[in-house]
Design a protein. Structure first.
Length: 79
């Protein structure tokens, strides 16, 4: 079974809806628990996407086309 890729923004929107529903307290307990579980899963997925994006941004390509870690001190010294 192939898992469908959902955008970061779509997942964040869904998490915001879940938080709003839980804050309102107007849904039955069973549904609230299920939404809470889904919210935790979404939160973990979003955190992983952010960490992956951070790792990607923290790399630079040198003049030979090789990927190397970003040295923040070099960036700050240039300013």
């Amino acid at each position: 079974m192939t898992e469908k890729k959902v955008s970061f923004e779509a997942q964040l929107s869904e998490l915001e809806k879940i938080v709003t529903n839980l804050e309102n307290g107007s849904i039955p307990l069973e549904e609230a628990l299920e939404q809470f579980k889904n919210g935790v899963k979404l939160s973990q997925d979003l955190e992983k996407k952010l960490n992956d994006a951070d790792a990607t941004v923290a790399k630079l390509m040198d003049q030979d086309g090789q990927i190397k870690p970003l040295d923040i001190s070099e960036t700050n010294d240039a300013n």
